[in-house]
Design a protein around this ligand. Structure first.
Ligand code: PLP
Length: 429
C-alpha cells in the first residue's frame, strides 16, 4: 500500500499550511490520544480550566458579593456570554443568552411560539432529529390538550440518513403552526439549508426554529439576517464548554415583545429584578427568556472557550473543518471503499450540505470497529445501527491525525482486530 503511505506526506504538508495549527496548544489533549469526538464533548482549553478556578476563588473571596464583583459579574454573565456568542451565529448581541440546556430551551421557545388556533395546530419536525427534541415536542403538544399522534408531523427521510428540503417544504401547510429542524443532523452530519427553509416557512405563516447543537462553533450562521424566529444549542460540543455546560438560545429581535412561554425571575427586566414585584415584566431581549439562577460554575469555562473561537474566527474554523473532512472522504473513497474494507460515507459531499463531522458506515461491524479504534486510543463515537462518527475539529485536530484514523480503519480490517470485541454495546456510546 505504498500509495496510502504517501498520503501521509500530503497530510503533513496540509498541517504545515494550516493557519490554525497553533490553536492546538490551547487544549488539553491526553498524550498519545487522537480525539475525534469533539462533536459530542469538546476538549478543555487550559484557559477554561483557569476560568473555573477563578470563579471558585471569587466565591471564596467575595461570597454573596460575587454576583456583582465577579468578572464578569455572575448576575449578568448569561447576557455577557450571549453577547460573546452572538457573532459566531450571526446574531445581534441582545438576541442570544446563555441559559438552560438544549432541551429546556426547546421547551421554553416552543411554548412561546406554539399557540394552536383553529386549523393551525400542528408542529412539523422530522424523523431524523435527536430523539430528545421529539420527546419534548410531543409533550408540548400534550400540554395543549392535543394528541401528538395527530399533531406532530415527522417528515420522512428517503434514504435513512438525510432529509430533502423539498420534502420538508411540501409539509408546510396551513395546519402547521411551528416547524423545528436540526441545523446539522446528529447522525449523518447533513447541513440543512436554513435560509431556504426559513423563507418557505414564513411564506406560509409558520414560525420556524433550529436546533443548532451540531453546527454552533463549527459552521457560520446568519440567524438574524435569515429571519430565523428562534434557535438553541448546547455549549459542550463544538464550543468546548465541558460536561453539562449551559446552553444558549437565540430569539430574533422582532419577537422581543412576546410573552415568554416559561417565565422566571431571571428573565425580569434586569434593573428591576430585585424590586421583587409579584407581576412579571420580562426583559425585551433574549435575556427575558431565562428562568432561574444561572449555573455560574458550569459556565465558568465558556468565556475563554468563546474567546478562542473568536480569535480563530468561525470562517477559518469552517474552512479548515471542510478541508479535514474532504481529506478523510478522499482517503475512504480511494483506499477503504472496496472489499475487504467496505466503508462508505453517509454524509452529503457538497460543502453546503454538510457540517463538521462525517458519518462513516460499515455494513456489519461498525460497533466493534469503534471498540477497536478506542483500544488504539483513537476516540470516535458510534450511532446505531452502523455509523462511525468522526469529527476532526479545526481547533485541535490535524490532517496527520486524520490520516492516522484512516490507517487505523484499514488495519482494523486487515488484522481483523474488531474480532477481539463483544457485539454488545455499552450504555454511553
Ligand atoms: C446534543 C444534542 C442535544 C442534547 O440536549 P441536552 O438538553 O443538552 O441534553 C439535543 N439536540 C440535539 C440535536 C443534539 O445534538
Amino acid at each position: 500500500m505504498g500509495k496510502f503511505e504517501e498520503m501521509r506526506a500530503k497530510a503533513e504538508e496540509l498541517d504545515r499550511l494550516d493557519p490554525l495549527r497553533d490553536f492546538k496548544k490551547h487544549f488539553e489533549v491526553p498524550k498519545g490520544r487522537i480525539y475525534m469526538d469533539g462533536n459530542s464533548l469538546g476538549l478543555p482549553a487550559k484557559e477554561s480550566i483557569q476560568g473555573v478556578l477563578r470563579v471558585l476563588e471569587e466565591w471564596k473571596t467575595f461570597n454573596i458579593d460575587g454576583w456583582l464583583k465577579g468578572s464578569p459579574p455572575w448576575f449578568t454573565m448569561p447576557e455577557e456570554l450571549g453577547r460573546k456568542m452572538a457573532p459566531l451565529v450571526g446574531a445581534q448581541p441582545e438576541e442570544v443568552v446563555m441559559t438552560g440546556s438544549t432541551t429546556s430551551n426547546l421547551h421554553s421557545l416552543v411554548s412561546t411560539f406554539y399557540q394552536p388556533e383553529g386549523k393551525r395546530r400542528k408542529i412539523l419536525a422530522d424523523e431524523l432529529n435527536f430523539p430528545s427534541d421529539l420527546y419534548a415536542l410531543a409533550s408540548q403538544i400534550r400540554l395543549k390538550g392535543q394528541d401528538p399522534s395527530e399533531d406532530l408531523i415527522l417528515a420522512k427521510s428517503r434514504d435513512g440518513n438525510t432529509l430533502d428540503e423539498d420534502d420538508l417544504i411540501a409539509l408546510m401547510d396551513e395546519t402547521v403552526s411551528v416547524a423545528l429542524f436540526p441545523s446539522v443532523l446528529y447522525r449523518s452530519g447533513q447541513l440543512l439549508d436554513m435560509e431556504r427553509l426559513t423563507k418557505a416557512a414564513h411564506e406560509r405563516g409558520i414560525f420556524i426554529g433550529f436546533d443548532c447543537a451540531h453546527s454552533a462553533g463549527s459552521v457560520p450562521h446568519r440567524l438574524h439576517d435569515w429571519g430565523v424566529d428562534f434557535a438553541f444549542w448546547c455549549s459542550y460540543k463544538h464550543l468546548n464548554g465541558g460536561p453539562g455546560s449551559p446552553a444558549f438560545l437565540f430569539l430574533h429581535r422582532k419577537h422581543f415583545e412576546r410573552e415568554p412561554g416559561l417565565a422566571g425571575w431571571f428573565g425580569y427586566v434586569k434593573e428591576k429584578q430585585f424590586d421583587m414585584n409579584i407581576t412579571f415584566e420580562h426583559a425585551k431581549s433574549a435575556g427575558g427568556w431565562q428562568m432561574g439562577t444561572p449555573c455560574v460554575l458550569s459556565a465558568a469555562t465558556l468565556e475563554a472557550a468563546l474567546d478562542i473561537q473568536q480569535e480563530a474566527t468561525i470562517e477559518q474554523i469552517r474552512g479548515k473543518s471542510l478541508k479535514l473532512t474532504d481529506f478523510l472522504i478522499e482517503l475512504v473513497d480511494t483506499f477503504l471503499s472496496d472489499e475487504p474494507y467496505c466503508y462508505s460515507i453517509a454524509t452529503p459531499r457538497d460543502h453546503n450540505r454538510r457540517g463538521g463531522h462525517l458519518a462513516i458506515e460499515h455494513p456489519k461491524e461498525a460497533w466493534r470497529i469503534c471498540c477497536a479504534l478506542k483500544a488504539r486510543n483513537i476516540i470516535p463515537d458510534f450511532r446505531p445501527p452502523r455509523i462511525i462518527r468522526i469529527a476532526p475539529v479545526a481547533l485541535y485536530n490535524t490532517f496527520t491525525e486524520v490520516w492516522e484514523v484512516a490507517k487505523a480503519l484499514k488495519e482494523i480490517i486487515d488484522l481483523r482486530e474488531f474480532e477481539h470485541f463483544h457485539k454488545e454495546r455499552s450504555m454511553v456510546s
